[in-house]
Structure formats: C-alpha cells, structure tokens
Ligand binder design. Structure first.
Ligand code: GLP
Length: 634
C-alpha cells in the first residue's frame, strides 16, 4: 500500500474480516456469542443459536466449551442446526446430530430438549410436515439470534446447493455430486454418502438477526470471493447473504486469498510494487493476454491497470526480461542443489553436498503424489534422504482391504500352525464384524490398517529408488482418534517431531499443510512442525536449514508463487505414476485425505503437466511435467 494508506476500493459487498488464524476468528465470534448469551442470561431470557456442522466450526465449538468451563452457562440457550443427512438416525456415527453431541452438546450444560437437529428419519410423506414443524419451532423460540455458517465448495450454505433461491425454506434436497465427493472421506467412499438431506432454506437462514459465515483454508478461497464479490445468484447460494443487513464473513488469510483486493490489488487501488507483487502482476498479465512474457507490450500494461508499474519500474521491455529471468531461475533439475555449479541463480544452494534431505509426508501418498519426481531425483543424486510419514493414514483404509489382509494372516497362520497369529487375526475379524460399516475402528484394526499403508509406502519408495530403510513412520498420536475432526495436537506429537529433527539435523525439509483447513491432517502436521522448529531454536543445524513447501495433493502453486520448479521427463513422470499406483487402498479415496475429486489417480500427472504447459506458455522451455515448491521463511 502506498504511504501505508489503506486506500483499496474493495469489491466485497459483504463485510469480510480477515484473520491471521482460524483461532483468532473464532475468538471474535465466540465473543459475540458470549456477550449475547451473558446479556440474555442476566435478563432471564433465552438465546437462540443456529448451528452448523463440518470441520469449519469445530474450533469455535472448542472455544465455547472452554468458555462454558470458565462459567458461561448454556442452560437458557436454544439451538437449531442447519441440516441433517436424510436417512440417517441421530445415533449414526456420521449423522449431524451425532457430530453436534460429540463436538459441543455433550461438553456444555445445554438442556438436551433445547437442541434441535432436523429429523433425518422422517417418513417421505411426512417430510414436508416435519420441515414446517422445524420452522414453527424456530419461530416459537423467537427466531434465530445468531446463525453460524460454514460454506461448501459448491457455494452452499447448510445444504442449499446451487439452484436454491433466496426464498427457499426448510425442505428435503438432493445433494450435489461435488458435495457428496467432499463427504466421501467421512463415509469411506462416495457410494455410502446419502443422496438427500434436510436443510434450512436460504430464506430461513436470512431470517436470522445476525449471521457469521466462517471459512478456512485455500480450498474455500474461490467460493468466498464469488460469494462476496459476484452479483447474487442461485449458482452460488451463499451470495444471497449479500442481501442480509447484519452478516459478516470471518475468514483466514488462505480463504481470503482470492478476494480481488488480495489477488489482483492493482485492479482496485494503488499498489506497493515489491518484487513479489511485480512478479505476480506480470505473470498474471501474460496469462491474461495469452502471450509469452517477452512479448508483452507497453499497451498491455497500460490497458490492464498497470501503468504505474511502468512509470515506477521502466519499460515493458525491462520488466518482461526481469520477470522472465526470475521465472527461468526457478527451474532446476537439482532439488538438493547442483554440486560444483555456480549457484548464484539457482533455487537451492550447492553446498553442503550431499544434503541431509528430510521429506515430511502428512499421510502416506502425499510425498509421492506431490513430489514423486523430486524424491526420485534426490535419491538418484545421492543425497541422504529420509522420508517421514507423520500419521499412519489408517482412517483412509477401507474395511474391504483390511479384511483381505486378515484372511491372509489366518490362512498363513493356520498353515504354519501359528496359534498366536491366528488368534490375533480372528480377534480383529470379530472386531471388524462388530463395528459395522461406519463404526469406529478398534486399536487393533487401526494398527493393522496402518501397517497396510506402511507396506504401500515402502513399495512406492522402492519404485522411486529409495531404500525402505530410509523411511520413518511416526504414527503421530493426534491422528489416532478413530475419526476425522477430533484431532488435537499434544506435547507427544511435538516431542516425536523434535526427536526426528534433532536426529536427522536436515539441511532441507520438504513439507506440506501451509494454508490448508486448520483441522486437516496436512495443516495439523505442519503446525506440529512449526512448534517443533520453535522448540529447536538455537540448534546448529537449524541455522542452515531451508524449508520447501509442496502444496498438497490435488493442487499446485501458482507460477508466480514457485521458488523452485523441478522438471520431470516423460520417464520420470511414469515412475511417479507407478509409485502412486502402489497405494492400492487409496484407489477410491481422495489422495491425502484432502477434499478433492475422488478417483483422481491421474490428477497428479495432469497437474504436473499443466504446470509445465504454463511455463511453456510464458515462453520458457517446454517440459513434459513440473513439480513446484515454495520456500518457507518463518
Ligand atoms: C456440509 C455442511 C455445511 C458445511 C459444509 C462445509 O456440506 N452441510 O453446513 O458448511 O459441509 O464443510 P467443512 O466445514 O467440513 O468444509
């Protein structure tokens, strides 16, 4: 910003507050709830809250639980949840009623009869009546004082999918295929996700007196920008919130990153043309104009609100060459640095060589999916490579796969007369039968599922030329809860990471999770790394340790964000794909457990190819595929 003056013309029609972290945003919303509940409690009156499910509000609920423990009473609070899967009973492990009990109601002093969740079991011919009753109960309670919302990647609020109008009321709806794919991880397969749900309507939500919509992580960035900047339309139901007089979006920096004022600031106001901003703008200009960098003209700059950049930094000719060179210098076939080469313009330093390279994979598959080519190169280029799998990944192993292994163990054990082994396998088989399709896994089952993933990681590594002895399996305890969304980091997680770091003393670390949904496995793994690095402050090795971020399964850095771009030959891409294929239990899962298209075995190569094409389109060399990395400076 020029002279530090916040003079941007914002395009946001809804007040959008950006917080450095989800926790800070949650504190703000929890304060608003606390103020209202305290005031109403003092006056002997009820407070009516509209509540949401999903990962997003979990940290808010944890904060409310803390406040209840500190004395805030919820005895006069009445709640209405937005939605429920149709066909699921309240005690189904994936029902939203169960979620609310687990995440909030069971931990505060709210009266059970004051908590309302739509009835997922209402008979088809009674659904209409059940929905009207739900609305009537809300009215009778005095209407919603505060409504908490998350947002789906389709732009839905509650389960109001695209096509829902601003007048819609509580009703039975059909779920969008993207929404069902996003829920596939919870239900261990898209085919198990209910097709219908009961949801409050957009109109019901708009009746609330105050609305807070929360969103975290880059996966929500696009839909947040569209909701607050684009004209309201049924294609993004959240955009109808623009018509509400008292609605605030509370988002973290990653979820805000597509707002025009952050993504294309030159379009809405004066800009401080730092090197980073210049690179971002010039690459954007080339992509928008469909031209290689070196062919941009003065007119291209002036016609696209970048005249002041020309005035400040010289001609298009100078700028083009500068940004071309910067982009060119990100390319290297030596992710660990090239020994005996001039490294003035290389992304990684040449010494020390070989390097102690530590690759952190939040779940098995993240490593090969995002940086299989680089793993192959680091191994080939004789670095001292360690790949550490931070969590066991057992939650993503389907029961069918573990049953196959159990049967194998039983058969082998019987042939070898190994009584102990057969006994163990039979016990686990019984646990599997008893838990049902969605029940929680016993610790034995989790262990077995974790071992299956270890085997897959080992065979994937072998294919990439990595000796399985170079692999570590940390099985961080935060993950071992038997269910997603319960994760909480403890000292034991950090201690395990500190031990690993001090033992390896890495010169470079590859990690992911920065900017992800804070409750996701990659984000929590990254948080553990950051806390551990702080605990290692002062250690000798840390003074010379560089951190490279890979973005995560299913997504890639944008070109202007990449500090290192490692090309893959057609053969290397082939190796990588074969490496990914070793993770057989993940065929029907979203890779890395992140929210993206299931069945996306080819997504990795498609992304890497798209990056190479983007470099090519900017006028740089044409490669088969590229893996991108961003240097992290804490
Ligand atoms: C579901 C819920 C929504 C929620 C959305 C986002 O579809 N019905 O209320 O906002 O998921 O989920 P998450 O917070 O896990 O990203």
């Amino acid at each position: 910003m020029k002279n530090g003056a916040p003079s941007y013309t914002q395009r946001e029609v809804i007040t959008t507050q950006i917080y450095p972290s989800a926790d800070q945003a949650c504190t703000y919303v929890a304060d608003a709830i606390t103020d209202l509940v305290s005031e109403r409690n003092a006056a002997g009156q009820p407070t009516v809250l509209g509540l949401a499910t999903g990962s997003t509000p979990v940290r808010l609920y944890r904060e409310l639980i803390r406040r209840c423990q500190a004395g805030l009473s919820f005895q006069r609070v009445i709640t209405f949840n937005l939605d429920e899967y149709y066909g699921l009973s309240g005690d189904h492990p994936e029902s939203y009623r169960r979620f609310m009990q687990d995440q909030l109601f069971d931990h505060i002093d709210i009266l059970p009869e004051n908590t309302h969740v739509p009835d997922g079991l209402a008979a088809k011919d009674e659904v209409f009546e059940s929905c009207s009753d739900y609305e009537a109960a809300m009215r009778e309670a005095g209407g919603l004082d505060i409504q908490i919302l998350g947002i789906g990647r389709t732009g839905h609020i509650g389960f109001n999918e695209p096509g829902s109008g601003p007048e819609s009321r509580t009703r039975l709806v059909t779920l969008d295929s993207l929404t069902r794919r996003d829920a596939a991880r919870d239900f261990l397969g898209e085919e198990n996700v209910p097709r219908h749900a009961i949801t409050m309507g957009v109109g019901t939500i708009l009746d609330a007196r105050q609305i807070f919509l929360l969103a975290w992580g880059e996966a929500k960035a696009r839909v947040i920008a569209e909701s607050v900047e684009a004209p309201p339309s049924e294609s993004i139901p959240a955009s109808f919130l623009q018509g509400h007089p008292n609605c605030v979006f509370c988002v973290d920096e990653a979820a805000a990153s597509h707002l025009t004022r952050l993504r294309y600031p030159w379009l809405v106001g004066p800009v401080d043309w730092t090197e980073t901003m210049t690179r971002k703008a010039v690459v954007w200009l080339a992509q928008k104009s469909n031209k290689p960098l070196l062919r941009l003209t003065d007119e291209d700059y002036t016609e696209n609100a970048m005249a002041d950049l020309l005035t400040e930094k010289g001609s298009a000719y100078d700028l083009n060459i500068r940004i071309f060179n910067t982009t060119q210098h990100t390319i290297t076939g030596w992710p660990g640095g090239k020994p005996d080469a001039d490294d003035s313009y290389r992304p990684e330093r040449r010494i020390p060589f070989p390097k102690r390279s530590l690759v952190l994979s939040s779940e098995p598959t993240d490593d090969v999916f995002c940086m299989g080519g680089v793993l192959h190169r680091l191994a080939n280029q004789k670095h001292q490579l360690t790949v550490a799998y931070l969590t066991s990944g057992n939650l993503a192993v389907p029961d069918t796969d573990v049953r196959r292994s159990i049967e194998l163990i039983i058969e082998l054990g019987e042939r070898l007369d190994d009584v102990a082994e057969v006994h163990f396998a039979r016990k686990v088989e019984q646990q599997l039968d008893a838990k049902g399709q969605f029940g929680e896994d016993s610790s034995d089952l989790r262990r077995l599922k974790g071992l299956i993933r270890r085997g897959e990681a080992r065979s994937s590594a072998r294919l990439l030329g990595i000796d399985p002895a170079q692999l570590r399996f940390l099985d961080l305890p935060f993950y071992e809860t038997g269910r997603y969304r319960r994760f909480q980091i403890t000292k034991a997680d950090v201690a395990a990471m500190v031990t690993l770091l001090n033992e390896i003393r890495p010169h470079q670390i590859f990690a992911t999770g920065h900017g992800h949904d804070p409750l996701s496995v990659p984000a929590l793994s990254f948080e553990v790394l950051q806390i551990a690095l702080r605990a290692c402050a002062g250690a000798d090795w840390l003074k010379d340790c560089w951190i490279w971020l890979y973005r995560g399964p299913g997504v890639e850095w944008e070109i202007h964000e990449m500090d290192m771009a490692v090309p893959l030959s057609p053969d290397e891409l082939d190796f990588k794909i074969k490496g990914i294929y070793q993770h057989q239990t993940q065929r029907s899962q979203s890779p890395g457990g992140s929210k993206q298209d299931a069945n996306s075995w080819n997504l990795a190569s498609a992304l890497n190819r798209a990056t190479a094409q983007a470099y090519d389109a900017l006028g740089l060399a044409e490669y088969e595929a590229i893996e991108g990395f961003k240097r992290f400076r804490s």
